[in-house]
Design a protein around this ligand. Structure first.
Ligand SMILES: NC(=O)c1ccc[n+]([C@@H]2O[C@H](COP(=O)([O-])OP(=O)(O)OC[C@H]3O[C@@H](n4cnc5c(N)ncnc54)[C@H](O)[C@@H]3O)[C@@H](O)[C@H]2O)c1
Length: 359
């Protein structure tokens, strides 16, 4: 297949692109490169494509593709709180518009990176794909609205698929430490302690970045009737955790780490347990292989010997919201989060370039 991968330059995209290529597909990217400077270790293999804001996608961007994988969104709840209207514009409106352009261009499959965040305050029971949406953030609401806007586009020739990913962890060339497993592991390695400011009771489903990427591949390669206009929770049975369980696992796996919890309920209203029965049944070729414990070990080992101080993990290189705030402060981003300067491909250096420059 010839695949357009938006958000190819991010945390998931830099792991997914080589997996798609290794499976024999041709991959081209579309990304504003918001986090091109956020390298962890080696630079990812370059992906040919377009440096463009997804809000400004043009019909020619979709020409000649068999499939689109759409990852290019503001990628988490705190980002959604930064500028709620922009989260809706980028994550919902631009996603629906991209799907419309894809359908008009004759693209037959459109895999949208949705999120289990749309279940929001779901409570104790494991929710299936038919559960009510109770988003508690602009980010969760925008995923609801994107799915609702894309769904009417489904047709004989156009098959959208909504992958509702669990919260992701694991090593990537654009590693994020604002995700819970990566964050707790980094703090433990860096400081020898995890001090939870709450009792850590909220539930969260968790999935490794490679397993998420292989789920995208499975959704692309599955027969149309298995995935047409279907939503899938992406994760593995048994991989719903209370945050306190994650902290305890990190404490086990990082030698000498002390874990403490404060009394009282967490202020975090995002608590949801998710059923992964549907994806296991409909996409049987997809076999997730990671557990949180494996992922903690992977991140721990990747950090070994780097001696990074804890504040680095909250700073612009590894926290998406901190990075956007630094780009806004430097003027590299306009208030609407459109780029005023464009990063070169590869090294992330900011270079002035026309708005539609190719990477
Ligand atoms: N990481 C998770 O835990 C998680 C969980 C569920 C769903 N998702 C979804 O998966 C997708 C990818 O997440 P990620 O963790 O790789 O995020 P990321 O922030 O690392 O990457 C997002 C990529 O999209 C690009 N992008 C963002 N806004 C853009 C715009 N307006 N125009 C063009 N490019 C733009 C960024 O430059 C970046 O390369 C997102 O849609 C996110 O909502 C992620």
């Amino acid at each position: 297949m010839r695949i357009l991968l938006t958000g190819h330059d991010g945390y998931i995209g830099t792991v997914l692109a080589p997996i798609l290529r290794d499976a024999g597909h041709e991959v081209r990217g579309l990304d504003a490169g918001l986090f091109s400077a956020c390298a962890f270790g080696l630079q990812p293999d370059p992906v040919p494509g377009v440096r463009r804001d997804v809000r400004d996608a043009i019909p020619a961007d979709l020409d000649g593709f068999d499939a689109v994988v759409h990852l290019a969104n503001l990628s988490n709840d705190p980002l959604g709180n930064l500028r709620p209207g922009l989260t809706e514009a980028i994550n919902a409106d631009a996603s629906v518009r991209l799907a419309t352009l894809a359908r008009e261009a004759g693209v037959s499959r459109f895999v949208f990176a949705s999120s289990c965040s749309l279940y929001g305050a779901a409570g104790q029971d494991a929710v299936t794909e038919t559960a009510a949406f109770r988003p508690v953030t602009p980010y969760g609401q925008a995923k609801v609205d994107a799915e609702a806007g894309i769904r009417p586009l489904a047709s004989d020739g156009f098959s959208p698929v909504y992958l509702r990913n669990a919260t992701v962890y694991g090593v990537s060339p654009r590693l994020r430490f604002d995700l819970v497993v990566n964050n707790l592991t980094a703090w433990a390695v860096s400081t020898g302690a995890i001090r939870m400011k709450s009792d850590g009771t909220p539930w969260r489903p968790l999935v490794h970045v490679e397993d998420v990427s292989r789920a995208v591949l499975a959704a692309l390669e599955a027969p149309r009737e298995a995935v047409h206009d279907e939503a899938f929770n992406v994760g593995r049975e048994g991989e719903n955790y209370q945050i306190r369980d994650v902290a305890t696992i990190v404490g086990d796996e990082v030698p000498g780490c002390e874990v403490t919890f404060a009394d009282g309920a967490s202020p975090d209203t995002r608590s949801y347990r998710v059923s992964f029965a549907k994806i296991a049944e409909r996409l049987p070729d997809w076999r997730p292989t990671w557990t949180v414990r494996d992922g903690v070990r992977q991140v721990r080992d990747a950090l070994e010997g780097l001696d990074l101080p804890p504040e680095v993990f909250e700073g612009p290189r590894y926290s998406r919201i901190a990075h956007l705030e630094s780009l806004l402060a430097s003027g590299a981003l306009a208030p609407d989060l459109r780029r005023t300067t464009w990063p070169a491909s590869g090294d992330g250096a900011a270079t002035p370039a026309p708005a539609l420059a190719n990477a």
